[in-house]
Design a binder for this molecule. Structure first.
Ligand SMILES: Cc1ncc(COP(=O)(O)O)c(C=O)c1O
Length: 917
């Protein structure tokens, strides 16, 4: 199999609908090759018959155009085949088929006879009604489907707010595959009487169903199918149509996932209205809708926001350009009022409350807080609300600085745990579960487990390491059943809308754990393991065992923060905090305090509207958009690593390079590795301790002689390509819901150009140029500094930490910096640093020191500085180091101040003494 088809195989599954465009492109190519005489018809026909299977899952081009293509090919009309295939692919690419009746017709001019097949509004001026497709699962024979579709179309009315096309399938397998592959679906109607097996025997279908564990099942009920489909796409509305005892079905607790149950076909119009109402429910954006209305009302403002209504802007000769740039609506929609339905973010009771409830539904949470100052604030809010002074939190030392600052504010005691290092690329991975369990067991041994409240981790990391969230929570809950989990999913909000990534999100995993807790088999599994482990298993046994928690004891408390603006269509700083906590009622008041502490009393209306709209988009088209982002990521990965010129100097790191083998228990190598099939990829996603988010693409540029910062500058300055994260020898590219294949083409062209320049330079520069280049590459790729681990808090800042545990009183360390007398500065190059590292007294940081990039604190307040940290700092070539001023030096707590704090004598060799002070 060639690399391209390998890529498409994985795409087809992972990005669901993503690979469809490629299949159509290949089909058109085959038609052209046949038409120009360089190929034959059989190739086209083979591709078409393969494609025709999965095209049944889409309304467009539909059976009549597919049949027409087959007919034209069959009759030897190569030119006609090319023309029709080209028209179809154009309609698919531009998505014009959603509005344009001509696209559905056999002939360019449109065909009167086909009009009754088309939505009534197609081709009319009001045709911009949003379009979606409804999957109809039916037990009727396929021969009757065209007339069933026609019945559905007859239900359309000009006053309908949306227009949809029915897509009919006749089996469980087909319904499942259509749900995976058709991103236009917004609703599903399941009629009883369908079969299990698809009438097609295409390998693609079998692989899909088998890899999702859908082998032949005895229960082919509509309800079971509803559950399976909701698991793939929870945002879809599912309706059941039954001829039997609908009352009994409706009373089944399992039916709570179904939006409505109808009795038989006699209710078709009701069903049609229900489908539209269901979509309207997702379409409705309570806050944004009201803001638009508010902006149109004539309002006199006597509050303190002159910019509201824009008069001070548009009437000014001096700042009118701002008004013209942003347009009047921005100003009309500005207000500092909380009346007029605008609601208050600080204490929402109206539209914001409703918008938050919809977001909770969309993201699988029980409660959501909208936050308008970024996830930096969401994290601080969560930490403040959930931790009190003296509480211990196990925290990834490499997490975003907002968590560390949150610990300072809360007065909590962080116990830092380390991510596995990726020294070669000057970055960190994620924290191994063994490390987290060991920390908990140590605390238990010190009788301090009751003090541990929270595990605070980043999922996924900046560089794309995704935790096995469910496993982490289950194993930790087996040690302490009421732990709170705070998952910083700043980068990962979009993952909710991929069925493959969702189980690895905090909310997805929490929901799976809830299901598991409800399953009677779970208690038996727990009891069995308890017997096997015996009364007092050693730590080593507990570390090695995949621990099962006691489902009867778990108090599931899960929080997730998400920078909606980082992966969805929210304005910058739009963030959400999700709650799934059975004890939320006990901390709700604390959350309100956290909101009052951190939220501005002047929250920006546009940011709130952006969050509301981002939710709407994700509920209605998030599935397809995320699939597209994943497909783009595969395209970039593929293009860089297989292009002979580009891959000479650049390389995208695969899962095998990003995740050490020990954490890839499935043996999975990489998505694009030859021979990797979807089943292994799926096993990796399900089982591995860590897996890689394909949309986060680490591009090694050190091998091209560029350090990360330098290469980022070249891409931005010369080519207008922006990215934000770099390491010593790499840059991070990210694909998101906004990217197109044209973006990929531009990037690839740029990389080819740069690689070409290097190539020419080396050829023309002779041996000297090559030697210089090789030296530079070596320095970037092999002379890399070791990544420093967190050492420990100085005794003065250990609070009441146990002998074997490393938590600290970071807050008093932080306030040490406020005592100017008690602090000193020493420059990095000053030999006193080396002297004190050797002979003491210890160097203790008074500050957070956070080099940017990579952005993790290499020193926190109260931390003892080690040789490793100094070596790392001395090798750092980044300009921006938060908390460190090169001219002044490192800010340290003086030994005298430390001694005062610990109630001891200062050591004799302090700088003050040495200087004779
Ligand atoms: C892991 C992580 N959490 C939180 C944040 C902060 O998010 P925001 O920029 O929305 O404040 C970032 C920002 O880069 C981050 O990387």
């Amino acid at each position: 199999m060639d690399a391209r088809s390998q890529q498409r195989r994985i795409d087809k599954f992972f990005s669901g609908p993503g690979a469809r465009a490629d299949d159509w492109r290949d089909l058109v190519e085959a038609a052209k090759v046949w038409a120009d005489g360089s190929g034959d018809r059989s190739q086209f026909e083979a591709l078409l018959s393969e494609l025709a299977v999965t095209e049944e899952y889409h309304a467009y081009p539909g059976p009549h155009l597919i049949a027409a293509l087959k007919e034209r090919a069959g009759s030897g009309d190569a030119a006609g085949t090319v023309a029709l295939a080209t028209r179809i692919i154009y309609a698919l690419q531009t998505r014009s088929f959603r509005q344009c009746s001509g696209d559905w017709s056999l002939h360019e001019e449109g065909e009167a006879g086909l009009q009754d097949l088309l939505p009534p509004s197609f081709g009319q001026t009001d045709a911009r009604r949003p379009y979606f497709e409804t999957l109809i699962v039916t037990g009727l024979p396929a021969a009757s489907w065209p007339s069933v579709s026609a019945e559905w179309r007859k239900l359309r009315r000009p006053i309908d707010q949306f227009v949809y096309e029915p897509v009919l399938v006749g089996s469980f397998e087909d319904a499942f595959c259509a749900t995976i592959l058709n991103s236009n679906l917004a609703a599903v109607v399941i009629n009883e009487g369908f079969s299990y097996r698809s009438r097609h025997d295409a390998p693609v279908l079998r692989t899909l169903t088998a890899s999702m564990g859908l082998q032949e099942v005895s229960d082919v009920s509509a309800l079971r199918l509803a559950h399976v489909l909701k698991r793939v796409r929870p945002e879809l509305d599912v309706y059941l149509m039954s001829n039997r005892d609908v009352e009994e079905m409706a009373g089944d607790p399992q039916a709570d996932i179904v939006r409505r149950i109808f009795y038989s076909v006699e209710e078709l119009l009701e069903l049609h209205l229900a489908i539209l109402e269901g979509v309207q429910d997702r379409y409705e954006t309570p806050f944004f809708d009201n803001l638009k209305k508010y902006a149109q009302r004539p309002i006199g403002t006597f509050h303190a926001l002159p910019i509201a209504r824009g008069k001070s802007v548009f009437r000014s000769d001096w700042i009118r350009d701002m008004g013209e740039f942003y347009g009047p609506n921005l100003f009309l929609a500005e207000s500092s009022a909380t009346t007029g339905g605008l609601d208050s973010l600080l204490e929402p009771t109206g539209n914001i409350k409703k918008a938050q409830e919809k977001a909770a539904r969309a993201f699988g949470a029980d409660h959501v807080f909208f936050v308008t100052n970024g996830t930096s604030t969401s994290n601080k809010m969560a930490v403040q609300a959930l931790l009190a002074p003296g509480d211990i939190a196990i925290v990834d030392r490499n997490c975003h600085k907002s968590h560390h600052y949150g610990m300072v504010l809360a007065g909590a005691q962080p116990l830092y745990v380390e991510a596995f290092p990726m020294t070669e690329y000057s970055m960190y991975g994620a924290v191994p579960l063994r490390t987290i369990k060991q920390a908990l067991l140590n605390l238990k041994a010190e009788n301090r487990l009751n003090r541990v409240k929270m595990i605070d981790l980043t999922n996924c990391t900046f560089d794309g390491h995704i935790y096995n969230v469910r496993r982490v929570m289950e194993e930790c809950l087996a040690i302490k059943p009421d732990l709170i989990f705070l998952w910083d999913e700043a980068w990962f909000g979009f993952a909710r809308f991929s069925p493959f990534l969702r189980p690895r999100t905090a909310m997805g995993a929490a929901s799976d754990i809830e299901d598991w807790m409800d399953d009677p088999k779970s208690v038996a599994a727990y009891e069995k393991q308890r017997t096997e482990l015996g009364a007092s298993p050693t730590d080593e046994v507990l570390l090695k065992t995949r621990l099962i928690p006691d489902p009867r004891k778990i108090r599931l408390r899960v929080y997730q923060t998400n920078s909606t603006h980082k992966s969805m269509s929210a304005l910058r700083q739009g963030s959400m905090l999700f709650v799934k906590d059975v004890e939320f009622h006990t901390v709700e008041a604390q959350f309100h305090e956290a909101v009052f502490t951190h939220a501005s009393t002047s929250p920006n209306q546009q940011l709130i509207a952006g969050l509301d709209v981002a939710r709407r988009q994700m509920e209605l088209e998030g599935y397809g958009l995320v699939a597209n982002a994943i497909e783009i990521a595969f395209a970039i990965r593929q293009a860089v690593n297989t292009n002979p010129l580009i891959s000479r100097y650049f390389r995208v790191l695969g899962a095998d390079k990003m995740v050490p083998g020990a954490y890839r228990e499935s043996g999975f190598v990489d998505y694009l590795e030859p021979g990797v099939n979807w089943t292994t990829a799926l096993r990796s996603l399900k089982e591995d301790e860590f897996c890689l988010d394909p949309t986060r693409i680490t591009l090694v540029c050190g091998t091209a002689g560029f350090d990360g910062t330098q290469f980022k500058g070249i891409l931005a300055g010369r080519y207008g390509i922006q990215l934000n994260k770099t390491s010593r020898n790499s840059v991070l590219l990210q694909s998101n819901i906004n990217n197109t294949r044209s973006d990929v083409a531009h990037l690839v062209r740029v990389l080819a150009e740069i690689a070409g320049e290097i190539d020419r330079g080396l050829k023309q520069g002779g041996a000297n140029a090559r030697k210089t280049f090789e030296g530079r590459v070596k320095s970037l790729m092999t002379d890399v500094p070791d990544l420093p681990n967190f050492s420990r808090f100085h005794d003065a800042y250990r609070g009441d930490a146990g002998a074997r545990t490393n938590e600290g009183d970071i807050r008093s360390g932080f306030y040490a910096a406020y005592d100017a007398e008690g602090c000193e500065y020493i420059r990095l190059a000053d030999p006193e640093i080396d002297q004190r590292l050797k002979n003491g007294p210890e160097l203790v940081s008074a500050n957070f020191v956070i080099p940017y990039p990579p952005g993790f604190p290499i020193m926190v307040p109260g931390q003892v500085i080690t040789q490793e940290t100094i070596d790392f700092m001395r090798k750092l070539d980044v300009k921006e180091i938060h908390g460190y001023d090169a001219a002044e030096g490192l800010k340290l707590v003086r030994p005298e101040a430390l001694a005062r704090k610990s109630g001891r004598q200062p050591p004799a060799t302090s700088k003050l003494k040495a200087a004779g002070a």
